[in-house]
Design a protein around this ligand. Structure first.
Ligand SMILES: CC(C)(COP(=O)(O)OP(=O)(O)OC[C@H]1O[C@@H](n2cnc3c(N)ncnc32)[C@H](O)[C@@H]1OP(=O)(O)O)[C@@H](O)C(=O)NCCC(=O)NCCS
Length: 145
């Protein structure tokens, strides 16, 4: 991924605003929803990262903590035209390495059922029945680091 740069995003910055637009594009607009109708203040407590190609933000991935043993990955979003080229795996590896370095033993995430196989291939196991979140079927998943 030599043409991809990963940068940290600061809450409230211009880049943070772009990350909201990107997540809206990927996670809400296709279902007629608007992420800006939601309370996003929880983002304050995330380590937020974005992937850039030629200085354009094309992806997001966030890291947070559930408890001392468990990190949590959230907001894994890649603009459509950049999918299927290994970027998702690259971002997941990047953030998992940070979690491991910080001493977490496991990573939790809430995955869309439609991308369960993507996470399975990265070593995540499904630990819940499917449930609805913003009208979309999700499952809880976990990986041992
Ligand atoms: C899901 C997503 C992050 C995957 O990123 P990506 O860059 O397309 O994935 P990669 O190219 O790294 O794929 C890695 C592997 O997972 C597989 N994979 C990726 N998306 C998949 C999907 N939707 N269904 C099944 N397999 C998938 C790839 O075929 C590849 O398999 P291989 O290693 O055998 O070749 C990306 O497609 C995306 O942003 N989708 C829309 C938003 C979304 O659903 N995010 C997850 C919310 S929980």
């Amino acid at each position: 991924m030599k043409d991809i740069e990963i940068r940290s995003i600061t809450y409230g910055s211009d880049e943070y605003e772009k990350s909201i637009d990107l997540r809206n594009e990927v996670f809400r607009k296709p279902w007629g929803l608007n992420i800006r109708d939601e309370d996003l203040t929880g983002d304050k407590h995330m380590d937020m990262f974005a992937g850039y190609k030629d200085d354009k933000m094309i992806a997001t991935i966030f890291l947070t903590e559930d408890d001392k043993e468990h990190a949590r990955i959230k907001s894994v979003a890649i603009l459509e035209e950049y999918r299927g080229k290994g970027l998702g795996s690259y971002l997941m590896d990047y953030v998992e390495a940070i979690a491991k370095k910080r001493g977490y033993k496991k990573v939790n995430l809430m995955g869309r059922v439609s991308v369960e196989v993507f996470y399975n291939k990265l070593g995540y196991k499904t630990i819940s029945e499917p449930y609805d979140y913003h009208t979309i079927a999700h499952i809880d998943m976990v990986k041992e680091l």
